[in-house]
Design a protein around this ligand. Structure first.
Ligand code: ATP
Ligand code: MN
Length: 463
């Protein structure tokens, strides 16, 4: 007998077929008439399928009447049209086989609802809950949408390294990679002798694939990377992880407005794909997580993003009359509260801020003619804040070298990167989208730890 998924069994065209289903029991309810209802979920869709197990089944008393949440079973039977509301089909079991028990005394997912805090302590079991199943399916749909979008646009997917000796941002927050014996570190003149380490230079987990992506964009045109990135920043916020996934397109011959156009189309495409294909999951987020999520997403997918120079954003904030915890000052990074004011109150729309002060942005961003600002852009969305950071890159050799010195970096350490400006340099641009921030935005999930399978944050690497 053919095994099918719960998703397939729930479709009306499955009625009349004799099939097998395999999955986990969510609930069991015994009827006075001597039969039982089982709700089975296999992860293929949000909903369960109802299985009706008749008391005449040979293992009814010994097995079926003891099935509890979490038990894994295989069922064979016929799919019939269901008279119940909220479902079009149900299965009438001819045979039920138990794979594994889930002891009712100890299985942690007995109760219907648990706090997300508690579920983080059982991260290996939380994918069995409605919320985490829905998050996993939406996250998967987003990943697919990302590849579809770039492939259809003629981008090459490239794999940039995870281990790198170059620190993209020129700032700390790096995880070191070493094979040295930490109890017995070789030293030379009182300093660690990295010449005896595996890579013979200090090496780190990557914070971004951008610099390497630039090398491929400046050879092959339009490329993107999609990989894990690592930041040892000790920020315990609902929007930061120590390990997260980033999508970084990099495009030769793109200037900042082209970069903004791409970012806007890209975000809208993801939203449209999720709305089209994850209806049940999104209904759940709407009902249980964020009451306005569907309306927000529809609005965003049809709206035009506001585009505003940083300097004008500062003026808007100064004139707002709001009392912010951190004062707004030209030349300083905007805080989350400022970003939220712009997207949630003032514009009520995603906002692309651009032309940031050079002092707060990395060396690789192109300096504007005013010499004060660089061609940076951040895409801000309601609730989540910054979801994309990007820029037009500085393609002039002398300017990028002096920007490195300005930031205390040694241009000699970036020889290969400068070669891209030395030989056939071109204007080019790119950006980074944090995958988990996008999943947060689309699902309305408040904490970033709940949109990645196994979150890595300070003190947490157990699972
Ligand atoms: P933030 O100011 O929010 O800390 P950032 O400016 O340091 O972010 P970028 O270096 O611009 O971030 O990285 C590009 C994108 O990666 C961000 O727009 C965001 O979506 C995502 N991102 C950055 N840091 C993290 C993190 N620690 N956890 C999850 N996503 C992140
Ligand atoms: Mn940024």
């Amino acid at each position: 007998m053919e095994n099918i998924s719960v998703a397939a069994a729930r479709r009306p065209d499955a009625v009349g077929s004799n099939v097998g289903l395999r999955g986990w029991v969510r609930t069991r309810r015994d009827s006075k008439g001597g039969f039982s209802f089982l709700e089975i979920n296999d992860g293929s869709c949000f909903a369960n399928i109802q299985v009706i197990a008749d008391g005449s089944l040979p293992n009814y008393e010994d097995v079926i009447r003891h099935l509890s949440p979490g038990c894994s079973i295989a069922v064979q039977g016929e799919i019939k049209a269901s008279p119940g509301k909220g479902q079009s089909t149900e299965m009438h079991a001819q045979e039920i086989m138990l794979y594994g028990q889930a002891d009712t005394e100890t299985y942690p997912l007995q109760k219907k609802r648990h706090s997300f805090e508690f579920l983080r302590t059982i991260a290996h079991l939380r994918p069995r809950t409605n919320t985490f199943g829905a998050v996993a399916r939406v996250r998967n749909r987003i990943s697919r949408s990302i590849h579809d979008f770039f492939q259809e646009e003629g981008f090459l997917h490239i794999h940039t390294p995870i281990i790198s000796a170059s620190d993209c941002e020129g700032a700390g927050e790096l995880f070191r990679v070493t094979s040295l014996d930490l109890a017995n570190v070789p030293k030379q003149d009182g300093k660690v002798d990295f010449a005896r380490d595996f890579f013979e230079v200090p090496s780190f987990l990557t914070v971004s694939g951008q610099l390497q992506a630039e090398a491929f964009a400046c050879s092959l045109g339009k490329v993107y990377t999609f990989g894990p990135t690592f930041r040892a920043e000790n920020s315990n916020t609902s929007r930061h992880l120590a390990e997260f996934w980033m999508i970084e397109p990099e495009m030769a011959f793109f200037e900042l407005p082209d970069n903004m156009d791409l970012a806007e189309r890209f975000l809208k495409r993801i939203i449209q794909d999720v709305l089209a294909d994850c209806e049940e999951d999104m209904q759940f987020f709407q009902q249980r997580i964020e009451k306005t999520i569907l309306e927000t997403l529809r609005k965003v997918s049809e709206s035009q993003f506001v585009r505003l120079p940083y300097t004008e954003a500062v003026q808007v904030l100064e004139k707002s009359g709001e009392s912010f915890e951190y004062p707004v000052q030209w030349g300083h990074d905007l805080q989350a509260e400022h970003e939220r004011f712009l997207t949630e109150q003032h514009f009520q729309s995603p906002v692309i801020l651009y032309d940031y002060p050079r002092g707060i942005k990395p060396f690789y961003m192109r300096v504007n003619d005013d010499e004060k600002t660089v061609r940076a852009m951040d895409v801000l969305v309601p609730k989540v804040g910054e979801i994309i950071g990007g820029s037009q890159r500085e393609e002039r050799l002398d300017v990028v070298e002096s920007r490195m010195r300005e930031q205390g970096l040694d241009p000699d350490a970036y020889g290969w990167y400068l070669d891209l400006r030395r030989y056939g340099t071109v204007p080019h641009s790119g950006f980074g989208l944090g995958l988990e921030r996008m999943v947060q935005f689309v699902t309305g999930m408040a904490n970033i730890r709940d949109v990645i399978p196994f979150p890595r944050t300070p003190g947490n690497a157990e699972f």
